[in-house]
Each structure stands twice: as structure tokens, then as C-alpha cells.
Design a protein around this ligand. Structure first.
Ligand code: TYM
Length: 327
């Protein structure tokens, strides 16, 4: 059976980009494939400097993952720090990747630029090695992610291939899978940048935003001074960003979504309404689930137990392949 793994950081509220680019695909695959989904708190530690925050964010994120439709009966939802094999294999991956390869990672360059003047942890640099470990630990075939994570899956492939070359065929080489619409949801105020937690604000639709706030953000979305509705990312990034979201929310293509519109106003309203309708049931489930933190903790513990069973087998196989003395 095809193995799927993908993870998300507990670094603040989940937004529409996370949902359309990744989470929705996680749910879609869960009944046909064997799926593992991690809340990667150790990755979030690369930019966390206060106590308490990560634990709280982890439970909120767990509620969101179940609210979007991950079924704990079939999907293994786990917390990265509950599975010590992640940082253990992370070290092996650090030794399998080069300084040069890690230096070329776009996310590292972006994050360090945004943290100018702030503490830049060594973990931020070696981050892709831990991510490679997350992936190969589960003998993963497919990694459903947004477009921005493609480079991290590429470097994971390079690490797996190099490890296999050095120590014999041990690791499964994974592939990134991105959705046809929604792989790169753009910020509504700055449509040449992807929607992100760090930009936040009026250009970012949060999964828990009230319907009135969502409509307001769409009505104020930045477009251009023309009035033609056409999907053309280079010439019309704002309108194309809206069409991408409308297409993803209504299950069509951005070109097809553009048909019938002659003005920006109705496009903004329809996109807002489609998003409100898509998020309403998720928000209702979230509010039910977050009221029972003990149940969320129990579900995460079950998931982490299942994840450990697989992860520990892979780690032993890796240590054996290297030829470490058995413990
Ligand atoms: P993170 O937590 O930033 O984002 C989680 C998922 O959301 C997707 N995403 C987007 N998709 C479309 N449009 C956007 N504007 C947008 N913003 C975010 C991301 O592509 C991602 O799929 N490094 C990862 C976490 C990670 C991971 C892994 C992922 C750690 N280990 C192993 C896959 C496999 C990250 O920071 O995602």
C-alpha cells in the first residue's frame, strides 16, 4: 500500500494556504493509502524562544487536523517530539547532506532574512535534514505538500539516494505531490508573495476567521487597474490569486473559474462566499474538538505510539546498514 507522510509546524494559526495546499489532500488520501501526519514541534523550536507556547499550539493544531477531516481510526496523527527516532535519524541525515546543499535552501534564506537582527539558530540551517528524517522514517512514497516544500522533498530524495549509495539500499526515495489548484495560495494584499503565517494580517485568511472578516479581506483584495477577469499570473497576479482560490474551493480550474466574470467586485464576493461555505463546517467541528483537550491528548498518544512502531524499525535498519554495533 502506498505510504504517505506530511507534516505541519505548530507555529500559530492555520491559514487557507495550509488547507488548500496540503491539509485537504491529506484527508483525500486517507482511505486508500496508509497515511502519517506529524505536528512537527521540534521544527517549530527553530524559531521558538518562550516556554509553554509549543504545547498549546500543538493541541490547537491537532483539533484543526481532526476538524478538517483526518480520521484517527485510519490516519496516524502524531507529535514529532513523542517519536525520538526523528531527531536520531535527523543526525544521520545531517551527516548525509552537505553544508553547500543546506546553504542553498530558499526557506533558510527567506527565514534568516525575515529574522534580521534576531537570533538565527543552527537548527534553522539544518532544518531540512530533520525534515528528510521525518519523511524517510516512514518508508514514504508520497509527500503531499504545497509548492514551497518541493525543494525540501528534493533534498530528501538526494539524501536518500546518497545514503543508499553509501550504505546499500535502505531508504525509500519519496516524491512530492502538489494539488492542481491551491498549491501556492497567494497573499491577498501582496499577491506576488505566498500567503503565510509570518505575513498574517489582511492578506491572510485564517481557518478560524469569522465569515464577516473573510468577506472583508476578499473585498479588499489587491487586484489591478484594469477590469478584465483573466487567469494570467505574471500580468495579473491579484486576479489570478483569487481565481486560484475560487477554483480550489469549487473544484474547477482557474481558467474555467474566470468564465462569466466581467468585473472584479463579483469575483471577490463569490470567492469570499465559496471560502466561507468551505470553512464553516470545519470551524464548527474545531470548536467542538478544542473543548476536550484530554481527548485530543489521548488521540495524539495513540498516533504517536503507532508512529513509533514504524519509525523504530526504520531507524534500526539504518543503523544496521551503517554497521553500528548493536545496542
Ligand atoms: P508549514 O508548517 O509551513 O506548512 C504546512 C503545509 O502548508 C503548505 N503551505 C501552503 N500551500 C499553499 N499555499 C501556501 N501559501 C502555503 N503555505 C503553506 C506547505 O507547503 C506545507 O505542505 N517544513 C514544513 C513542515 C515539515 C514537513 C515535514 C512537511 C516538516 N517535516 C515532512 C512535509 C514532510 C513546513 O514548514 O510546513
Amino acid at each position: 500500500m502506498t505510504r504517505v507522510l506530511s507534516c505541519i509546524q505548530p507555529t500559530g494559526d492555520v491559514h487557507l494556504g495550509n488547507y488548500l495546499g496540503a491539509l485537504r489532500n491529506w484527508v483525500a488520501g486517507q482511505h486508500e493509502k496508509e497515511v502519517f501526519h506529524g505536528i512537527v514541534d521540534l521544527h517549530a523550536l527553530t524559531i521558538t524562544e518562550e516556554p509553554g507556547v509549543l504545547g498549546e499550539n500543538t493541541l490547537e493544531l491537532a483539533a484543526m487536523l481532526f476538524a478538517v477531516g483526518l480520521d484517527p481510526e485510519v490516519a496516524t496523527v502524531f507529535v514529532q517530539s513523542h517519536v525520538p527516532e526523528h531527531p536520531q535519524l535527523g543526525w544521520v541525515m545531517e551527516c548525509t547532506l552537505s553544508f553547500g546543499e543546506l546553504s542553498r535552501m530558499t526557506q533558510f534564506k527567506d527565514k534568516t532574512a525575515k529574522r534580521e537582527g534576531n537570533f538565527i539558530s543552527a537548527g534553522l540551517f539544518s532544518y531540512p535534514a530533520l525534515q528528510a528524517a521525518d519523511i524517510v522514517l516512514y518508508d514514504t512514497n508520497e509527500v503531499p505538500v504545497g509548492d514551497d516544500q518541493r525543494q525540501h522533498v528534493e533534498i530528501t530524495r538526494d539524501a536518500a539516494i546518497r545514503f543508499n549509495h553509501r550504505f546499500g539500499d535502505t531508504l525509500v526515495v519519496p516524491e512530492a505531490v502538489t494539488p492542481a489548484a491551491g498549491a501556492r495560495v497567494m497573499d491577498l494584499q501582496d499577491p506576488t508573495s505566498k500567503m503565510s503565517k509570518s505575513l498574517g494580517g489582511a492578506g491572510c485568511i485564517m481557518m478560524l476567521d469569522e465569515p464577516t472578516a473573510i468577506m472583508k479581506k476578499f473585498k479588499r483584495a489587491v487586484t489591478d487597474s484594469e477590469s478584465e477577469v483573466r487567469y494570467d499570473v505574471a500580468a495579473k497576479p491579484g486576479v489570478s490569486g483569487l481565481l486560484d482560490i475560487l477554483a480550489a474551493a469549487t473544484g474547477t480550474t482557474p481558467h474555467a473559474a474566470a468564465e462569466g466574470y466581467t468585473q472584479y467586485g463579483p469575483l471577490k464576493v463569490d470567492t469570499g462566499e465559496a471560502v466561507v461555505a468551505m470553512l464553516e463546517p470545519i470551524q464548527a467541528r474545531y470548536h467542538e474538538l478544542i473543548g476536550d483537550p484530554a481527548e485530543l491528548t489521548r488521540l495524539l498518544q495513540i498516533g504517536s505510539g503507532r508512529a513509533r512502531t514504524v519509525a523504530s524499525t526504520t531507524l534500526s535498519r539504518v543503523y544496521d546498514a551503517i554497521g553500528l554495533v548493536p545496542a
